[in-house]
Write a protein that binds this ligand. Sequence first.
Ligand code: GLU
Length: 300
Amino acid sequence: MNDVPAPAYRGRFAPSPTGALHFGSLVAAVGSWLRARSCGGSWIIRIEDLDPPREIAGAAREQIATLAAFGLVSDEPILWQHQRHEAYAAALQQLIDAGHAFPCWCSRSDLQASAGLHHSPCVAAKAADRAPAWRLRVPDLTMGFDDVLLGRYEQALATEVGDFVVRRVEGYYAYQLAVVVDDAAQGISEVVRGADLLDSTPRQILLQQRLGLTTPAYLHLPLALDAAGRKLSKQDSALAIAAADPLPALRMALGFLGLPVSRLGHAGSPDALLAAAVEAFDVAAVPHTASIVQMRHGTA
Ligand code: GLU
């Protein structure tokens, strides 16, 4: 008999404010929301504003407003990564103290001979006049996990990734470190996001192990591609989703996630459509592979 209650499901959507949300972002937002709600759990927005040079002023506020127009509102106060530097510094210090992270002065050209991957020891010597990047030492092992949708995924960390950056030369904390610290701090039980991040997950699991953190479940959603077969990008504003007319794009996103949109009824608002979609959502019906979306400006 197991009388310990299962921990509550906690999911999240974590956009970087590098531009307006596009159809692919909407798929990740709606997919993570549906999964959280169909598991009776909560859904939290986190703004991953870690990389000021790539951010666009006002983009985060616009993303939050767009999500709200689609009926997607965070159940808890939104976490902003620019306010979390102390937590990332503490995690980095923990890695340094345990000998897992090391300072690195190697330049891109220093790593050319190893196809851009870093393998300890460093090629470049310490330079007293320049700040180093900090890297996580990667062991020679294959890291695998069972994706809820896609099944087993494995990566040979040393040969496919190498020692990776956790704090950049410019002083910014790397996405890989921040996402692991915050998923743990927020008690995220399952990460639902686009399949473009599938190959980041083994690195994140290694970081969790090095920091003594629990590994959440992972579910990677199919990617939406443009007519040329490329992943949609926030930098391409023509593919932004329109907050003023959310229903067409929301229906398209639900269809993309395998929902029987024509059977969801004629909901007159995003909230009503999402409520019908939660009832019909079946993770087993979500497609496993990327597909091309026909964009019409304003709908997706
Ligand atoms: N901030 C990342 C992005 O916008 C997503 C991070 C994640 O979901 O783990 O691509």
